[in-house]
Every structure is written in structure tokens, then in C-alpha cells.
Write a new protein. Structure first.
Lengths: 337, 337
């Protein structure tokens, strides 16, 4: 099968930062599905792994990354119960396994969902990683309760990115929260409003921006930009007994103590935790993707696809990574095979 | 009225570390109750405030601390609706207000509960601060669900102290958790077992102790000893998607990032947050104390009283603080007036 990968970590503008090559089609075992991939997406985790996983080394066989895809079940392992051959599916995948930047991929059925019927393959392919991340951070980490928490306030730092965009939709449509999103350019502000944000504020001078918008404190904060950079602002803005959650990681140690007087909670969200540790509730990602599928088909949620490149080529992955590394992407980028 | 307080922060063995004095009986306003106090308890927050609130200064009038009491409603403010004169009550109080080391105290009715009928004044007086803290950390911060989380594992670091003791009881009796508590001396180990701990382990070499007891990971950890000291052990022992909570505060910045791969949550609990910020749900402490009252009277919970001193005297507060500062107290100390 055709695949795109890399043998060494290189800046994206280098000729061989991505290369095309041929490799064997993998075989599905146990609960695995073999998927013929029709479209994929890219996420920041992709370029972080490309930049760091083969530093000062040259791999014998190229590494295939990419963890966001839509396609068709081509074959199934002997223990598969949730899907059959020919089913259209979408999924984010498992960091410990081969990625989706290839014509085929095997994937455990417990982290695969039914593709939304109303979305094209590329519209569906951009949703699993960001959708599951946003769902888990709101409903599994912060544990926002759709009825009890209705009307509470959520600040989303980084509203126009992939996770931010679908988080705005989920928070508005499923939880009935008042959503304050950060964005700073006219086109990102407009995008956040399109996703349903009630208020859009600039991330610079965040505390005053939020206060000037009429909110002294917010009940919940999700950070998709930088835990270290926004720590003091989050400490200031979070309501007593509030909950902060982030996907970014913190390079520097954190003054956790600053949250104590307010009895605040903090959660990390990593959508790979369930698959990486094969947790007992790993199948929850199957359920989340199916629930989101129904919500797309009911018109409650909409795909955050904003740019499509066509062809499983090294050039397209270079272009997609280059755009993502600029930090200015709005919504999501798809590569349709 | 008679009161015990201090004008300057002194080591507990100094003659004037606590002094007796006379002051006016306060008047209840609005939703306040005037309580004739019959018994109080001491908690670590007491000596922390005694040691630090009047350093290198001498106050004009002595400061009255103490936030754990049981007594009788003597008079009520004009807006009181929950209690009447003559009611027997118990409460922890409000850090921003005068404490309970006095014959009388005014207290907002929203943080006062009905005293358990089956407990003596001193048995009741030792329960509010630790009971509300343990209740909030388990059910409001970690949000342990009595049905859904039944059978999950909880590690309590510091099982024999005031909060640890009642936390063991609540986790066993209300949530049906498997409770692993830390203790290191024969008498503290026995005490933890009496409270209902399933397993008692030594806090030294904590990771191996817990693993040797048959638990690779635990679902929840509550820390009543030291966030900084046990951080690495907690990082190691917490289950993916687990929840850690603490009441201790962290003097040093924390390597929060170590919890990211497992998507772990961390919460601070401070039982004064609700009264300090006068949160919308401040009355929740009234409900918690009433629910605990019913559980005491039903024989589900038992008072953690372990030592009683008699008399509202400076000497008794010196003795109680001295014992508490040793860090070796088991359960709770009461001072009966």
C-alpha cells in the first residue's frame, strides 16, 4: 500500500520531511478492523511527533503518523462485534500504533465510531480527535452536567482552533453553557461566533477582557493554548469551586497553591489515555463517536472542516503541517485521498 | 463573656501564648444566630493562624480563634429561618469571623447544622470542620458517585488524623469504596481499622506499600499530609483518568505535567471557601451537617472524639494546641466548657 512517513525529524520545509513509500497492508487481529482510508486530518500532536520522534537518528523504515481518519471497513479480526465489512467509520486512533497517513490502517473497534451519514469523508475525518478531546474534557474531566450546569459560564482559551471550535459547539448545544471564547483576528472572531460563542474576547489582557465583557468569574475554563502562559489569568478568573482543564501540558512547574483558597479543581485531558492504557472504559470512545455521529446527522453539530487538500502525497502532508505549525489555522484541514 | 485568645504569635509553651479575658457578647444580625457554646474542638488551621496572624506585632484586643463548636441557640437575627432559640446546633464557622474559643459566638445560619441527638456536646463539637471537609473533598470536589463508583479504590494519606478518620467512615459507609489508609504506629493502625479502613499501609515507601497490598493503581487519592512530599508517589499510584485531592496546600511549585499522560484531575479542598466567598451554594454546608447528623443518629457514622479537656481556660487551649502541633494526635480533641 502507499503510505507517507519520515525516517528522521526534519523541519517541514526540507525535501524529505515527508516521503512517499510502499509497505505491506496490515492484517486485522482480534478486535481490530482493517480500514481503507478515504480522508484524514492533521493535528498539533502530528507535528510534535514528527519534530521529536526521530531526532538525530534515521529510522530503518519510515514512521507513519496521523491520528484522524474516515474510511471503509475492508476486513475484520476474529473477535470483532461492533462493525462489519463495508461499514463507513471515523476514528482518531492509538498513539502507540501506526497512524492514518496511509492507504490502509488497522484499528481497535472500541475506539471507532460510525461515520455520520450526512458528512462527506473529509468532513467526517477532521472530527474524531478534536471531537473526542472536547467531549472528554467537558463531560468526563470537568464532568459538566447538561441539566444541573445549564447557564453556567465557560471560558475557552483558543476558540478558533480545531478543539476550540467543536468545544464551543458542544458546550452550547449539549450543555447549554454561556460560552466566552478567545480569538484576536477578525476571521477567527467571526469563526468563533459561527460555532456559537456568546462572547469573543482577546487573549491578550485576558482578565480585563473577560471582566469588561461582564464576567467577574467563570465557572469553567478550558485551555487549548498554554497552561503556563495563562495560569495566573485562569487563577484570577476561575470562580470559587470552579474547574479548569487543559490539553496543552505545562513545561514549567505550576503554582498549584494559588487555586487553594477557591477550592478549585484542575484536569488534564489527553484523548490517547484510554487507548494507551487500554482502560476498562476504552469503549467509551466508540460511544462518544457514535453519539457525535447522531448529533451531526441531526444537524445539532457541524463539521469544523475549513480547508481540503486532495491526494495521499508527501507534498500535501508538508503543506498541512506547515499550515498547522504557523499556529494560525482556523478550524480543521483535511487531506482527501 | 469569657474568651480565650492571644495578642501576639508565640510558641505554645510561652505563658501568654493564650490568655483569658472578658469581652462583650456579640449581637446576631440578619441571618446570624447567637450561640451559647458548650464544647469546641481544635484543628491544624488553629495553630497555623495562632503562629502566623500576629507575628512581630501586639494586637490591641486579643484575637479569638477556633472553628468547631456545638452549643445552643440563645438569640437569632431578624432574617433567620432555619433555627429557633433553644435549638442545639454544631458548626465549623467562618475564618473571617470571630472564632469559637469563647462563651458565645454569632454565626450565619447557612453554615450551621442540627446537632446529632445521639452525641454529647463534645462528641458533636469535634465533627463539623473535619466532617464537612471530608464530605466536600469526596462528594463535591472528586464528585464520587455513591452508586457508579461503588467498589472503586481510595487511598487516604493520613488516615488517623481528624479529617482522615471521618473520611474513612464516609468513603466506606456512603460510597462503598475500598479504602486504603496510611498509618505507621500500632495505635494509629488500630484506629484506622476501627474507622473502617480495608487496608492500612505505611506512608514511608508508599508506592511499594500500596503495590504490595495488591493495588497497582488506585482510582482516587486524598492527601491530608503533604502535597509536595507525596506528589511523585501520587503521580505513580493514581489510575489513568483518576482523581487526586488535597487539603494541605503546596509550598513548592508542582510538576503538574506528570499527571497529563494519565488524564488525571486534581482538586483542592478548603472548607472555608463557601463562607469566605459567600458562594451561592453556601447553604450546602447546612445540608451537609444535617445529613451527617442523621447518619450519626442512625449509627452509620461515629464521632472521632478521642480526648476531652474540661473548661474554657487558656491552659486547655495551650494543651490542645501542644498536642496537635506534635502531629501525633489520633482522631479529635474536644474542650468541654
Amino acid at each position: 500500500m502507499k503510505a507517507v512517513g519520515f525516517k528522521t525529524s526534519l523541519p517541514i520545509n526540507e525535501t524529505t520531511s515527508f516521503i512517499e513509500f510502499e509497505t505491506e497492508i496490515p492484517q486485522p487481529l482480534g478486535r481490530e478492523l482493517l480500514i481503507r482510508i478515504e480522508a484524514v486530518s492533521v493535528n498539533p500532536i502530528d507535528y510534535k511527533i514528527r519534530q521529536n520522534s526521530a531526532k538525530e537518528t534515521v529510522l530503518a523504515t519510515p514512521k507513519i503518523i496521523g491520528w484522524d481518519a474516515a474510511g471503509i471497513v475492508e476486513a475484520i479480526g476474529s473477535e470483532v462485534t461492533l462493525f462489519g465489512v463495508g461499514d463507513k467509520v471515523y476514528y482518531a486512533g492509538d498513539l502507540n500504533k501506526q497512524g492514518s497517513n496511509a492507504a490502509y490502517q488497522v484499528i481497535n473497534e472500541r475506539i471507532v465510531g460510525k461515520k455520520p451519514v450526512s458528512l462527506s469523508m473529509e468532513e467526517a475525518a477532521v472530527m474524531p480527535l478534536t471531537g473526542v478531546t472536547a467531549w472528554e474534557i467537558l463531560f468526563d474531566r470537568i464532568r459538566i452536567h447538561p441539566e444541573k450546569d445549564k447557564g453556567k459560564t465557560l471560558l475557552i482559551i483558543g476558540g478558533a482552533g480545531g478543539v476550540g471550535s467543536i468545544a464551543i459547539q458542544l458546550a452550547k448545544e449539549l450543555a447549554g453553557l454561556t460560552v466566552i471564547a478567545t480569538a484576536s483576528r477578525p476571521e477567527t472572531i467571526a469563526w468563533c461566533e459561527e460555532q456559537g460563542a456568546d462572547v469573543v474576547v482577546n487573549h491578550k489582557d485576558l482578565v480585563n477582557e473577560v471582566r469588561n465583557a461582564g464576567f467577574e468569574y467563570v465557572d469553567f475554563i478550558v485551555d487549548f493554548a498554554s497552561t503556563n502562559l495563562y495560569w495566573d489569568s485562569m487563577v484570577e478568573l476561575i470562580k470559587p469551586q470552579g474547574h479548569i482543564a487543559s490539553i496543552t501540558g505545562s513545561n514549567e512547574p505550576v503554582q498549584l497553591n494559588l487555586l487553594k483558597t477557591k477550592s478549585v479543581s484542575f484536569s488534564w485531558e489527553l484523548m490517547y489515555t484510554r487507548s494507551m492504557f487500554e482502560t476498562d472504559d476504552m469503549i467509551e470512545q466508540h460511544h462518544i463517536l457514535n453519539k457525535m455521529s447522531e448529533l451531526f446527522d441531526a444537524g445539532v453539530l457541524k463539521s469544523t472542516l475549513n480547508k481540503t487538500l486532495v491526494g495521499l502525497t508527501a507534498d500535501n502532508f508538508k503543506e498541512a503541517h506547515r499550515l498547522l505549525e504557523s499556529g494560525k489555522t482556523i478550524g480543521k484541514i483535511a487531506i482527501k485521498y
